[in-house]
Design a binder for this molecule. Sequence first.
Ligand SMILES: NC(=O)c1ccc[n+]([C@@H]2O[C@H](COP(=O)([O-])OP(=O)(O)OC[C@H]3O[C@@H](n4cnc5c(N)ncnc54)[C@H](OP(=O)(O)O)[C@@H]3O)[C@@H](O)[C@H]2O)c1
Length: 323
Amino acid sequence: MKAIRIHEFGPTEEVLRYEDVPTPEPAADEILIKVEAAALNRADLGLRKGTYRVSPDQLPIIPGREFAGPIAKIGATVKDFKVGDHVVAYTGTGGYAEYAVAKASEVRPVPDGISSAQAAAIPTVFLTAWFGLLEDGKLKPGEWLLIQAGSSGVGSAAIQIAKHLGAKVVATTGSEEKARRLRKLGADVTIDVSETDFVPEVTRVTGNRGVDIVLEMVGGEVYEKSLEVLAPGGRLFSIGGAFGPIPDPPPVLTEGRRATRFSITNHLKARPQDLRQLDAILKLVQEKKFQVVIGKTFPLAETRAAQRYLEGREHFGKIVLTM
Ligand SMILES: NC(=O)c1ccc[n+]([C@@H]2O[C@H](COP(=O)([O-])OP(=O)(O)OC[C@H]3O[C@@H](n4cnc5c(N)ncnc54)[C@H](OP(=O)(O)O)[C@@H]3O)[C@@H](O)[C@H]2O)c1
């Protein structure tokens, strides 16, 4: 089969090699999936550079943390699935390929009406926003949520989940065109940070009170300034610093405010059964209550171009490889 492999870590996409590799065989508790689509994630860039969860002794490796397609083969002890079922898998690696294996516990069925491209683009960003907002942030109806980088994969999912929960959403973005699209997705207020400082604007919009929750993923100055717009009792949860450092441990704050970090990978490692909550998200997508925002698709052979595109600032929503 064709796959993208990394043999050595590197700063540019040149280390992604499109090559022939043996099709994997599922072990007893595994499923072989004919991959029709695999989603890109910012974590894939870290993996490629050697800064995200993979050590040199694991090379060569096929990246791709989430993918979807029909089941091609089933291990001897797998009970809940059969060959031909349309499924989505959330494995961490292996998805940039024509076939990939997943443990049965990493796989969920895809309801009718959802394409493989849509299904592959759901797990990381929707589960991060889902557990982050519901469990870490404890977002309640009527509360104000500030989403930094609203047009990111996680941001576009978080806007919809927050509106579904009845919250009020302010989302930041880097251009007026993206801001228009964020309002269409449901954001109540958007701030184009290329033109406007978000601190006075958030303060004005919330009547000088500040927001109840910040979903932060940019880092650096954006993290620091986000603390300034937290209302008393407010929570900032950070899911990473894509473009700047984040304090570790998070700072201690006053007046009941708190700052935390959230990782969907660590969350599912501790509570693997929570992957089943993907079913509720898939149902909301099937009912067209949630939209899977796919910015662009690339064929597998053009994965280098896809990662280059992800590293820029042009995209809106998810980037997906199709096989
Ligand atoms: N902890 C977790 O469980 C978890 C899970 C998923 C993702 N993440 C993290 O969350 C972050 C977002 O991931 P994602 O895949 O959703 O991101 P993404 O789709 O690649 O989006 C990133 C967005 O950040 C915005 N941005 C803000 N400052 C920027 C800058 N200086 N340069 C370029 N872009 C900038 C851009 O939108 P604008 O142009 O509109 O500003 C860009 O589209 C990453 O740090 C990722 O690692 C964490």
